[in-house]
Every structure is written in structure tokens, then in C-alpha cells.
Write a protein that binds this ligand. Structure first.
Ligand SMILES: *[C@@H]1O[C@H](CO)[C@@H](O)[C@H](O)[C@H]1NC(C)=O
Length: 285
């Protein structure tokens, strides 16, 4: 309830520059697939996805967004979740799509989930970074955030930045900034690759597998009928700190802490994979 009231308060402050959307899954999301396996509960405060041998399930946002600061709380599949993948991402349609990904790769009980991240620009990805988490993501809800503005994309977990993808268009690297994206999420079986590279298969005796969502919050520019809710005023820094936000020195320290202690894969250091040279954006400071 507290976060809902907080969101209502934001509306007059933010004025027409952007839309602050909160909480209610009925209002902001559609269940897209899974034949009853995805459920909106508690008057729209909670959403659950489930997976069994026959099918997974998924939902997406009603709105399309072009830039935003988007929070969602997730509680992942507990116990033996090996083989399951919970994907939570922004994506535009089409064959040269843009995409910003969180994917949670399940594991045997007591073994760590992998948080996989990626960024696609104009249909090209290959920018993976993977992390372990510093807590058990199945024991409670945690906040996963995507800050997406014209200069950078920042992935955060409980307010701690884990990855920054900067706009490196000046180096010829496409950056997602022209295509509006919807929020998508799905729970599905990927036991051909997800856990220890596909060695550990889904144990269907544990089905159904369930992941839960709550406290959606978007300070974002909604794109509809070819126009942005943000374009009526020029972006003013007083109403929209996220639109030009960057990491301050405290956040940069936190990012370093995560990268030093929890990062398990970084495409930027995978020189075998890029014999023609590490991607240009990796050298941006
Ligand atoms: C699962 O646990 C194993 C053993 O600790 C680990 O190597 C692996 O990275 C973990 N995560 C996934 C998704 O495979």
C-alpha cells in the first residue's frame, strides 16, 4: 500500500513530462500465453507465472516505452529450479529489434542461480554479462531495475548497479534509442542449455514451477500513436532525474564491487570469441 500511495503522489510532481505507473498488474499488463498458468492475484498486486511439462507462461506490458526507469520485484522459482529460465526484459518488435534482458537461470537446490544480462541493438546482441547474486533470489522478493535513457542503460539489483551499457554511438556502436519497447516476462523450460550448460535437466516431478512478481513501478516515457508522453515538454532535469542520470561515485564503487566479486562472464574479456577484436564499446571508459 505504501508504494501505491507514493506513486499517486508522483503524478502532480511529474506533470506532463512523463508517466509514473505503479503497482497494478491488471491495469498495466496482459497475460500473453500459458493457458491459465499465468495469474494476476490480490486485486492486481501480485502476478505469478508457472511452468509444467506441457507449457510455460508469459505476460507483457500494455504500454510501449521509449526510455524509462523501471522497477519490478521478483521472487524466483524455489528449490530445484534447474533447467528453468525466468526471463524479464524490454523488447521492441520486428527483425531489427532492440532488447534489454535479465534472465534468471535456475539450479539445483542450494546451487546458485545465474543472472544473465544482454543488450540487443537493431537485432544484434552478443553482449552478455553474467552474475551470481549475493543473496538467495528465491527466499524473498528483490527489486530488479532497468534505467534506460539516451546515454546509458543501467541494470540494478536492490538499488545496486551490476552493469552499465553506455551509448557508444560515437564509436559506431548502435544504441537502443529509436524503438519503443514493451516489458515482457516468461517462465519456460531451457534445460538444453540453462543449467551447467545443459548438463542438469529439469526435474518434472517438482512441477509446477512458479515465479512471482509485485511492486511494478515505471517512471517512463510512454510511446503511443507515434508520439512520446515525454515530448510535450523538453526534458527538464527537475522533473526527470532519471532521463539524464549517470552513476555517481558511490554507485560506481558498488558496480565495481559486484563486477569484482559476482561477475562470472563478461563478453568484453572473451577474446577467443572475438578473434577480430573485442567489441568497440568495451574500450569506452
Ligand atoms: C549451478 O551450480 C553450479 C555448481 O555450483 C554452478 O557451476 C553453475 O554456475 C550454477 N548455475 C547455473 C545456472 O548453472
Amino acid at each position: 500500500m505504501a508504494s501505491f500511495a507514493y506513486c499517486l503522489l508522483l503524478f502532480p510532481l511529474l506533470g506532463s513530462f512523463l508517466m509514473a505507473a505503479c503497482g497494478n498488474f491488471n491495469q498495466h499488463f496482459d497475460i500473453k500465453w500459458g493457458d491459465g498458468r499465468a495469474k494476476i492475484l490480490n486485486n492486481g498486486e501480485l502476478l505469478t507465472l508457472s511452468l509444467d511439462k506441457a507449457s510455460g507462461s508469459g505476460f507483457e506490458s500494455k504500454n510501449e516505452y521509449l526510455f524509462g526507469n523501471i522497477d519490478m520485484q521478483l521472487k524466483l522459482v524455489p528449490g530445484n529450479s534447474a533447467g528453468t529460465v525466468t526471463a524479464y526484459y524490454l523488447k521492441s518488435p520486428g527483425t531489427t529489434w532492440d532488447e534489454i534482458d535479465f534472465e534468471f537461470l535456475g539450479n539445483l537446490s542450494g546451487d546458485p542461480y545465474i543472472l544473465h544480462t544482454n543488450v540487443f541493438s537493431q537485432g544484434k546482441g552478443n553482449k552478455e554479462q553474467q552474475f551470481y547474486l549475493w543473496f538467495d533470489p528465491t527466499a524473498d522478493f528483490h527489486t530488479y531495475s532497468i534505467l534506460w535513457n539516451p546515454q546509458r542503460i543501467i541494470f540494478s539489483v536492490d538499488g545496486t548497479p551490476i552493469r552499465e551499457f553506455k551509448n557508444s554511438e560515437s564509436m559506431g556502436v548502435p544504441f537502443p534509442k529509436n524503438q519503443a519497447m514493451r516489458i515482457h516476462s516468461s517462465l519456460w523450460n531451457a534445460d538444453d542449455w540453462a543449467t551447467r550448460g545443459g548438463l542438469v535437466k529439469t526435474d518434472w516431478t517438482q512441477a509446477p514451477f512458479t515465479a512471482s512478481y509485485r511492486n511494478f513501478k515505471a517512471d517512463a516515457c510512454v510511446w503511443s500513436n507515434g508520439a512520446s508522453s515525454c515530448s510535450s515538454n523538453s526534458p527538464s532535469s527537475t522533473t526527470s532525474t532519471w532521463f539524464s542520470q549517470k552513476l555517481d561515485s558511490t554507485s560506481q564503487e558498488k558496480l565495481k564491487w559486484v563486477q569484482n566479486n559476482y561477475m562470472i562472464y563478461n563478453y568484453c574479456t572473451d577474446s577467443k570469441r572475438f578473434p577480430q577484436g573485442i567489441p568497440a564499446e568495451c574500450n569506452a571508459s
